[in-house]
Write a protein that binds this ligand. Structure first.
Ligand code: BJW
Length: 246
């Protein structure tokens, strides 16, 4: 593994970036940090809401026992997100969809900022904070940026829940399979702003690497994935990703 600081993009990475046709990017909370979205982990901190660590309140168990508390947690976060904008990293990744013959953007984020920056066909592995889903019939509803969220299913009248993947829940049908397929095909794989602790998404760079891809991590901190990477660019996504375009 080659570890370099920002503004020293290695020649091999630059050359691969110029010639690759199949590129995959996996993003995590760190890509939105420069927009003001709090990360879950990192800097030796863990997100806590009303005394509950996020992995307690964002869990299938919490949903089962106290749906109202889970909604309060997500309502609180939408209240913050409503005022936040994409940053240079989101806009750079949106440009990359035009640059490569096949470009896959996989995100673990639920904040919708990639789409706000102009990315299409984002594979949202953990759902979206801007949707609700019926706990009985599964119909999904958009939650408006302004105004009230729906709390009852218009189709069957049952309760709604956030359309996100909580700890102990399965990913959306087909999302991991599609992501794993794309990971196995890509030549160049970027892992940006994720602690690479949560499975199954953390397995995707391993699949890419095992299939022959060149693996590049962008993160100010080391992660369990760093040693597997061909190159680690140590720094902020909003500083580093635009440099690759230059
Ligand atoms: C910057 C930066 C800047 C800062 N620029 N970078 C295999 C082994 C062990 C456990 C499991 C396993 N398989 C499954 C499990 C269980 C579990 C799991 O993975 N647990 C581990 C934590 C141990 N997984 C699941 O439960 C998953 N479901 C599943 O596997 O189903 C099958 C199953 C069912 C039942 C039982 C067992 C299996 C579902 C996981 C869903 C996770 N959902 C969450 C919450 C979503 C809702 C919400 O938003 O509240 O998703 S958890 C949270 O972590 C969120 C994130 O998407 C996810 C990943 O976090 P991420 O994005 O990496 O953020 P951080 O904060 O961790 O890291 C930020 C990084 O950014 C840091 O590295 C910083 O340095 C960096 N950074 N500024 C670039 N400017």
């Amino acid at each position: 593994m080659q570890s370099v600081v920002a503004q020293q993009i290695p020649a091999e990475l630059r050359q691969r970036f110029q010639t690759a046709s199949q590129v995959l990017v996996l993003t995590g909370a760190g890509v939105s940090a420069e927009s003001g979205v709090p990360t879950f982990r990192g800097g030796a901190n863990t997100a806590v809401w009303q005394g509950l660590p996020f992995d307690v309140i964002s869990s299938a168990t919490a949903l089962e026992h106290d749906l109202s508390a889970v909604w309060q947690w997500f309502d609180y976060r939408r209240g913050i997100l409503r005022y936040l904008e994409p940053n240079a990293a989101h806009y750079t990744l949106a440009r990359w969809q035009e640059r490569f013959a096949q470009f896959t953007l996989l995100t673990q984020n639920v904040d919708g900022l990639h789409q706000a920056a102009g990315s299409n066909d984002v594979i949202e592995m953990h759902g979206s904070i801007w949707r609700a889903r019926c706990i009985s019939c599964g119909v999904r509803f958009e939650i408006p940026r302004e105004g009230e969220r729906p709390d009852i299913c218009f189709a069957c009248g049952d309760r709604l829940r956030p359309d996100v993947v909580l700890f102990g829940e399965m990913l959306p049908t087909g999302a991991f399979e599609l992501a794993a397929h794309r990971a196995s095909e890509c030549e160049l794989c970027f892992v940006v702003g994720t602690s690479a602790l949560v499975y199954p998404p953390a397995a995707l760079p391993e699949i890419a690497k095992a299939s022959g891809a060149y693996l590049c991590e962008v993160n100010p901190e080391q992660t369990p994935l760093s040693d597997l990477c061909d190159v680690v660019l140590t720094g902020k996504a909003g500083d580093i990703l635009p440099q690759l375009d230059q």
